[in-house]
Structures are given as structure tokens and as C-alpha cells.
Design a protein around this ligand. Structure first.
Ligand code: FES
Length: 67
């Protein structure tokens, strides 16, 4: 399974969060990791302000970071 991060195809494992996928490509911004701080927000499948640490990756997800 794969997730696209800012146009880059990244492999993902079942059960991984979007934040974990972002970590693989050095784009994770995770402070609390439990859904409280909102440091990890991304645009997911054109939905803005999704907390990456709270969403399980799904094959074909399109993630846009703010960096
Ligand atoms: S890292 Fe704090 S809400 Fe995701």
C-alpha cells in the first residue's frame, strides 16, 4: 500500500498513522502524538487541518504538508 506525500509515493503498512508515514520521508511534525496539540495537521484528500497522528493511512491517500 502507498500514500502520496506532496507528490511523492511513500510505502505504508496497514495500521500506520499518516504521521508515521510522514516520518519516513522526514516531513513529520509531531509534538504530542495523541491528538491534542495540532502540530501535525495536514491536508488529507483535499480535507484541510486533519491531525496526522490520529488518522490511519489508507492506500491511495493524498497528503499535503505545509512545508
Ligand atoms: S502531534 Fe499533537 S495532535 Fe498530532
Amino acid at each position: 500500500m502507498h500514500v502520496t506525500v506532496d507528490g511523492q509515493k511513500v510505502p505504508a503498512q496497514p495500521g500506520e498513522t499518516i504521521a508515521a508515514v510522514l516520518h519516513k520521508v522526514g516531513r513529520a511534525r509531531v509534538f504530542c502524538g495523541i491528538g491534542v496539540c495540532f502540530d501535525c495537521v495536514v491536508t488529507l484528500n483535499e480535507i484541510p487541518d486533519v491531525r496526522a497522528c490520529q488518522r490511519i493511512a489508507v492506500d491511495g491517500d493524498d497528503v499535503r504538508t505545509r512545508s
